[in-house]
Design a protein around this ligand. Structure first.
Ligand SMILES: [Zn+2]
Length: 238
């Protein structure tokens, strides 16, 4: 049995990170001897647009909330913008924490400038599993609870309103509910559903109340279902 020594993690929050994200960082970091500091910042030049990084020399995880707000990869899978940002934040945190655990297990990794691909793949897999675990119980924070990221999202939605009012209204309508992905868009963006009939079955399950949620007459998948339906790696980090 491995005894996990819990320890304190120093959080440096330069912009105003979501409290739930800070909590996840503290929880994960306290179990890992190779994490001393977790930094939350935005648009960090040296990250070159990546969502996060782990610096093994100073045992520091850095999350770029700016990149997490602008990266829209999850949306290609039917996931709404606000959940997309939240998934980026949580996924990048767990991905970088996974690198810290890799270093704890394999101290010689500190010699690599770029980790071998298998370590990136493993970090992605761990991040995906951790995000799914989180989604089983977790609720996507409201815009006000996303702090700095929430303010950026609001400003993006304001700019988008003129050209695409329906999109913005949909985001604001489902904000604070269990909805994370438009069920039809999500089902069309994956090859999990072979045909019209299977997609129909999915929508019927939502109507029957077995899965998902209905908001203002529209059918949605929850965070857990949305990730499970659409999962495949897309992480842009280090
Ligand atoms: Zn990585």
């Amino acid at each position: 049995m491995k005894v996990i020594q819990e320890k304190n993690v120093h959080i440096i929050d330069n912009k105003g990170a979501p409290p739930e994200l800070v909590r996840l960082a503290q929880e994960a970091g306290s179990k890992c001897s190779t994490i001393d500091v977790v930094v939350f910042d935005a648009f960090i030049d040296k990250l070159k647009g990546n969502l996060g990084c782990f610096d093994p020399v100073i045992k520091t995880v850095i999350i770029d909330m700016g990149a997490c707000v602008t990266n829209t990869a999850w949306m290609k899978k039917g996931i709404l913008y606000i959940p997309n940002v939240w998934f980026n934040l949580v996924f990048s945190l767990f991905h970088e924490v996974a690198h810290a655990f890799q270093l704890e297990e394999e101290p010689t990794l500190i010699e690599f400038n770029e980790l071998p691909e298998e370590f990136e793949e493993e970090a992605n897999k761990i991040a995906e599993d951790s995000l799914i675990e989180w989604a089983k119980e977790g609720t996507i924070p409201r815009l006000s609870e996303l702090n700095w990221a929430g303010d950026r999202i609001k400003s993006t939605l304001n700019k988008l309103y003129a050209q695409s009012p329906q999109t913005v209204l949909e985001e604001l309508t489902v904000e604070g509910t269990k909805a994370a992905a438009n069920a039809l868009h999500a089902s069309l963006s994956t090859d999990r559903y072979a045909d019209e009939q299977e997609r129909g079955q999915l929508l019927k399950s939502i109507d029957d109340g077995d899965i998902g949620t209905i908001v203002e007459g529209k059918k949605y998948l929850t965070a857990y279902e949305a990730i499970n339906t659409t999962q495949e790696g897309h992480y842009e980090g280090h």
